[in-house]
Design a protein around this ligand. Structure first.
Ligand SMILES: C[S@@+](CC[C@H](N)C(=O)[O-])C[C@H]1O[C@@H](n2cnc3c(N)ncnc32)[C@H](O)[C@@H]1O
Length: 165
């Protein structure tokens, strides 16, 4: 039986939420997020996302690969990527509260607090070899209007895009 949680993913998937509203929800949830997602809800998304990226990047020199973790949250995907030897990872997320927890884990080189959508991110063209994104596309979260911006920041011919929910 699932242990009682104070929140759930469903309560954060409001299609009418503004980006600021969604960020506030995650700011409020951030303190208990890791425990609820991994222990109480037993989510496999972060592990599956990291495994899929490892498979897609098979044969590459792991320390040199630049990865952008999109909707990175507290860093559950990057924690697993670091264990696999990928150490050149940046994070972007709309919730400063989630990123503050990620920063404490010391797994990211750069943390960017911004909403991923059609607007330009503070990232140069063709910066990354790969993008990881776990549970970033959902109601009230990221939409397909962000895809041109994500494609802009990934190197040409190097697109490895794994979406996991
Ligand atoms: C369910 S959490 C997933 C976090 C992490 N990827 C994981 O697997 O644990 C969703 C994250 O997406 C972020 N988010 C939602 N919409 C966003 C947007 N438009 N731009 C950036 N981050 C967004 C939230 O702040 C939250 O941290």
């Amino acid at each position: 039986m699932l242990a009682k949680t104070t929140t759930s993913l469903d309560t954060h998937h409001d299609p009418n939420s503004t980006p600021e509203g969604t960020a506030k929800c995650y700011d409020d949830w951030s303190g208990t997020y890791d425990k609820e997602i991994m222990t109480q809800l037993s989510c496999t998304g972060p592990r599956e996302c990291a495994d899929a990226l490892e498979k897609a990047l098979d044969g590459s020199t792991r320390k040199e690969i630049r990865i952008l973790d999109v909707a990175a949250g507290t860093g559950l995907v990057a924690e697993r990527l670091v264990k696999k030897g990928f150490t050149n990872i940046d994070a972007v997320d709309g919730s400063q509260g989630m990123l503050d927890l990620a920063q404490k884990k010391q797994i990211y080189r750069r943390l960017i607090c911004d909403f991923v959508g059609p607007n330009p991110l503070d990232i140069e063209n063709d910066t990354y070899d790969a993008i990881a994104c776990c549970a970033g596309f959902a109601a009230g979260h990221m939409k397909d209007d962000c895809l041109p911006e994500l494609i802009r920041v990934v190197k040409r011919g190097e697109l490895h895009f794994k979406i996991s929910d």
